[in-house]
Structure formats: structure tokens, C-alpha cells
Design a protein around this ligand. Structure first.
Ligand code: LLP
Length: 438
């Protein structure tokens, strides 16, 4: 998919770059991002919303992959940006992302984070709880400014997805519940707070979702809530933010819709459910992360050792693993792989791809069908653009890989590979244990 193909040498080529050459230049493990595909996904969202006729913002959920080059790219494509920490906010600001188009999420923003964001004059805070509303009001009053606020509400919709990444149900750490009156109370408080400008509400029902029914139900509930709030408090929401969660295809088991179909389902539901409530339809904001960058990413590994247990299984180990892709270990996520240096060779054996960390759970793929794998082969794992670099760790003091954007035959480094020096750069040895080695 995207710009990936097998070239005349039988090598996997992405964005016009031969992956065998990318390995020679950048070494492995290496995250490769198909820039054209990321831009295409951004445009699919923008175009689908334009076609809907509704006012909108598409905010890239930077948690999926937050580096300065990606913030610049999202900016260029006209997207807004969702950040959830001072680190993401800092990255975006340093990349020159316009503060007005930044939305700040999170269920436990600290005073420092709120202050930093107010000073940067970001576009909007997505307030998660009463503590935050009070903190925001106090800080904004202190600085003599007014800040835009969306209230994160939990519409009580449980999306059909992995339980660790469902957040729309009632029993969730996120947001104000619509069902028990707390969301109503939050609207009352926010709309009365002198330094808060209540724009509307936000709902996010989960991630890697394939069906549109969950979104439609959430919209129906948010609309009913909006009607209630209008009637009893005379408050009208200008903005409804429906979060992210649109699924992508990791393996054949996954059956996502096209971006345009997701967007149409959402905008149609908004038109249907809000028609009887507001004379002017609200602005619709969404926050896709995975569906912007997920399938544009490929991780390139070099095959090292193998262990054949006759009659049981053959393990093949690569030079990365759960440190660059913790998703199989965390969520049981499945991936597809191919040999990037022998793209035309037919599958000949079933092997399981292990990482190099010292724990048995460090497996990337169980039972992959591949050509006879040899030490030195290049293994490409597809769909690693979202929540891979973002969740990478230094477990076992393994260095985080480099990230390269490929486009029209050009590879550009956007994140350097960590050095051994980087690994100890924050380490301090207290003087009392710095005695001369005896
Ligand atoms: N908006 C909010 C409020 C969210 O919590 C999230 C994701 C998104 C937007 C973006 O959702 P997306 O379009 O990427 O599905 N680490 C997990 C995914 C966690 C998602 C958390 N929130 C994984 O690797 O599958």
C-alpha cells in the first residue's frame, strides 16, 4: 500500500527509496515513514469534511507519533494538533506549530502544564474534571485572560475494541459522565466561570474502531445532552469534538472503512441529531492519530540469531523488539512482515519473530509465513507508524531507533538514532558512591 513496492532488485522500496540502501545509510532497527501516505491521509480527512459542508477542525492526535517534523507536516496540511502533555506541547511549539490550533488534553494536567499552555495562548483546553476546571479558572483569572474550554464527557458508549483502549464507557478515568449529572454540573460551572469560555463538549469512545455505530450512538447522546443543556441552562455548544479512534488494517483480520466513510457517517449523524436542536449546526472537530500515521510506518530490522525447536517452533530474532514496538506484548496486537531484501521470494517456512529483550513476552509476530530466513536478512514489519516510536522505551538500555521520512526517492532523517552517550546523559553518580574503585 502507499508508495511501497518491490523494485527491480527484488527489494522493498518505500517512497522511492530502496530499503536495503536505507539500512546501509541509517542502520537498523529503523522506522521508515511514507510521507506521501501521511499527507494523503491528512487530505482524505480534510476533503471529506469540506464535502460535508460543516465547519470543522481535524486535529492530529500527536500522541500517536509526536516529533517536530510530524508537527510541521500536520501544520502544512492544515490540521490542528491535539497534545496531552508539556512534552508534546513543547515539541509542537518548538516546531513552530501555531498555538491557536493546539488543543490540550489529559486527565491530570499539572499547574505547570496549564500555565505553560495559557502563556503559549493555545486554542483550547479539553477539561477532564472539576479539579482542572477550578485550576484553569484560577490561573486564567490570575493572568487576567480568558481561555477556551471543551468539556470531555463520557457518553457511556463502549466501542468494540481491546479493553485497555476503550475509554467511552462509564467506568473510565476520563471525563464527566453524562448519565449521572456530572457533565451537566460541569457545563453549569464552566459557563459561569468568568475566565472560561465554554466552546462545547468532547467525546472519545476508544481506538482502533471499525464500526460507525459507536460514533453514531455517541453523537445521539451528546445531542440529547446538548438539548438538555440548552433547555435548562440556555447554553449552546459551538463545537462538538468527537475524538479519534478510526481503525486501520494491520492484518487481514482488520476491516476498516475508508476515511471518507467514517467522516460521512459522523457528519451525517451530526446533521440528523442536531437538526432539531440548533438552528445553526455546531462545528465538528475530530482527533485522528492512528489513521493518520499508522499504515505509513514500517519498521526495518536485521535478522540475527534463530532457534529451531524441531516439531515445536522456529524462533527468529531481530535487532529490535518490544522496545521499539511494545504493542504485541501490551495488547496482543498482530502484525505482518516480509523480507525486505528478498521481496519476490515465496513463503517457505513458518517462523515466530522474537525481539532481543531479556523476557519471553518480547515477541513481535507469532507464526509468520516467510521465505527461508537467514541471518543478515532484512525484515520489514508494516503498519508501525502509530504508537510505536511514541511508546518506544530504553528497556535493557536498548537505544531508540532513528526515524526517516521517505518521499520521491529521498530519505530524510527526522529523529536521530540514540547514542550510547544519550543513554547515560541523565545519569548521576552521587558522590558518596563515587569512591575510588578499590
Ligand atoms: N483523542 C483522544 C482523547 C484520545 O484519547 C486518543 C487516543 C485519540 C484522540 C487518538 O485516537 P486514535 O485515532 O489514534 O485511535 N496506545 C494504544 C492507543 C491508545 C489510544 C489513546 N487515545 C495503541 O497502541 O493501540
Amino acid at each position: 500500500h502507499g508508495t511501497s513496492k518491490i523494485n527491480a532488485l527484488g527489494h522493498l522500496e518505500i517512497g522511492g527509496c530502496d530499503t536495503v540502501e536505507l539500512k546501509q545509510t541509517y542502520s537498523t532497527p529503523l522506522y521508515i515513514v511514507d510521507e506521501a501516505l501521511v499527507r494523503q491521509r491528512c487530505r482524505e480527512y480534510m476533503d471529506a469534511f469540506k464535502a460535508s459542508g460543516l465547519a470543522f477542525q481535524v486535529a492530529y492526535a500527536s500522541k500517536a507519533f509526536c516529533v517536530m517534523a510530524m508537527c510541521r507536516l500536520a501544520e502544512e496540511e492544515g490540521l490542528s494538533l491535539d497534545v496531552v502533555s508539556e512534552g508534546e506541547l513543547y515539541t509542537a511549539l518548538q516546531a513552530g506549530f501555531p498555538a491557536q490550533r493546539i488543543h490540550f488534553h489529559g486527565n491530570n494536567k499539572t499547574m505547570d502544564e496549564l500555565e505553560m499552555a495559557i502563556e503559549a495562548k493555545i486554542g483550547c483546553f479539553v477539561a477532564d474534571n472539576f479539579t482542572e476546571l477550578h485550576m484553569l479558572q484560577a490561573l486564567a483569572a490570575d493572568k487576567g485572560v480568558s481561555v477556551n474550554v471543551l468539556l470531555r464527557v463520557t457518553p457511556g458508549v463502549e466501542a468494540h475494541t481491546h479493553e485497555y483502549i476503550s475509554t467511552g464507557q462509564i467506568d473510565s478515568k476520563f471525563g464527566f459522565d453524562i448519565g449521572n449529572g456530572s457533565a451537566f454540573e460541569a457545563v453549569e460551572l464552566a459557563s459561569r466561570s468568568l475566565n472560561l469560555n465554554l466552546l462545547g463538549v468532547h467525546s472519545h469512545i476508544g481506538s482502533q474502531i471499525f464500526e460507525v455505530e459507536g460514533f453514531q450512538l455517541a453523537i445521539e447522546r451528546v445531542a440529547a445532552f446538548s438539548a438538555d443543556v440548552k433547555e435548562r441552562l440556555d447554553v449552546t455548544f459551538k463545537v462538538i469534538n468527537l475524538g479519534g479512534g478510526f481503525g486501520i488494517r494491520y492484518t487481514d483480520e482488520d476491516t476498516p472503512l475508508l476515511v471518507s466513510d467514517y467522516v460521512r457517517a459522523i457528519t451525517d449523524a451530526v446533521k440528523q441529531y442536531f437538526a432539531g436542536i440548533y438552528t445553526q449546526l455546531p462545528e465538528i472537530w475530530v482527533e485522528p492519530g492512528r489513521s493518520i500515521v499508522g499504515d505509513a510506518g514500517t519498521t526495518l530490522y536485521t535478522v540475527g540469531t534463530s532457534k529451531d525447536i524441531p516439531g515445536v517452533r522456529k524462533y527468529v530474532a531481530v535487532d529490535g523488539g518490544m522496545t521499539d514496538n511494545p504493542r504485541p506484548a501490551l495488547y496482543g496486537s498482530k502484525y505482518e512482515a516480509m523480507l525486505a531484501n528478498r521481496g519476490n521470494d515465496a513463503a517457505e517456512e513458518t517462523v515466530s519473530i522474537a525481539g532481543k529483550c531479556c523476557e519471553s513476552g518480547d515477541m513481535l509476530i507469532w507464526d509468520a509465513e516467510l521465505p527461508k530466513v537467514q541471518s543478515g536478512d532484512l525484515l520489514a514489519v508494516a503498519c508501525t507508524g502509530a504508537y510505536n516510536y511514541a511508546m518506544a522505551s530504553n528497556y535493557n538500555r536498548i537505544r531508540r531507533p532513528a526515524v526517516v521520512f521517505v518521499h520521491n526517492g529521498r530519505g530524510d532523517l527526522v529523529v536521530k538514532r540514540e547514542t550510547l552517550q544519550d543513554l547515560i546523559s541523565c545519569d548521576v553518580i552521587p558522590e558518596r558512591i563515587t569512591k575510588e574503585p578499590s
